[in-house]
Write a protein that binds this ligand. Sequence first.
Ligand SMILES: [Zn+2]
Ligand SMILES: [Zn+2]
Length: 368
Amino acid sequence: MKIRAAVLEKFDAPLVVQDVELAAPEAGEVLVRLKACGVCHTDAYTASGTDPSGYCNSVLGHEGAGIVEELGEGVQSLKRGDSVVTLFSPECGECLHCKSGKTNICLAIREQQGKGLMPDGTSRLSRSKGPLRHFMGTSAFAEYTVMPEIALARVNPEADFDAICLLACGATTGLAAAIWKAEVEEGSSVAVFGAGMVGLGAVVGAKLRGAERIIVVDPSLKRLELAREAGATHTFPGGPDAVGEILELTGGFGADYTFEATGKVAVMGQAVEAARMGWGLCTLLGVAGRGEKLEIVPRLLITGRRVQGGSFGGARGRTHVPELVEMYLRGELDLDRFVSHRMGLDDINLAFLKMHAQDGVRSVIQFS
Ligand SMILES: [Zn+2]
Ligand SMILES: [Zn+2]
């Protein structure tokens, strides 16, 4: 079928919205009609050409939500008309990792997905000039996409697509990190570095878990305001003395939980140092640049601080995303406040400009 899609033709250049050909779903695959897709930093990172694992020509987009349109052979867990959220991190439920219950890093389709291909090693996307690759296994800047069944979370159809598309990446990363990965305890103190979509998700997650003190550090005053609306109790712009300020706000010891959501290794170092002596748990969520290293003074660990990280906040997509959608429907998660701009696919490059200008938290592409 012919669809409209935003294609990365060349690194460090605007995306080109054009007609492309999408083949029917093969065995174990599903055709999804997109309703909404958030525009995330990872799309921009790949488009810039600085991502060492990035590839061209592909259809970008990985924060999608939509409706199941057609099923490939053997698909059992979904049916036509289901509402789904796209998952760049699948959950097969059967591989060694999924069965362990200890990690969300599913092994089922990792290798081919990393190359921009479907699990059978081919692509469903093409155009007259030749084949196109699938970005992050999702390619959601498009009217339709074909994805593996195991990479689609079936969610409550009552939820607004504009809001729940944020759960395909950014919001879930922060929320899941606070709720399930770090398991923030009631009455605890939390420090969040970075108040973009991921950091704000961590703030909301920490508040839901009953944290008493939620300190947020971000250079943008506008984002700090959003953080306060989301539940932060103390906010400040950060800088070289951020750790000192957090120690002061936590009785001199540091926060019980710290979250890093900037991707800057210097800030990651601060997040480790700001974790409380004895039991402070630091969770790293940002993606650092190629070859960058995090230096930690061993004494910080020997005196009881712990450091962990989590892709997608450690969320097991098919299990946790539907739960978060239910929380949204119950009014516990206000995702709507994070949708700053809504636009059509033809304005995709405007969404990137807004992101670079730090204008709002998220732009969402809407499909009719
Ligand atoms: Zn993302
Ligand atoms: Zn698996």
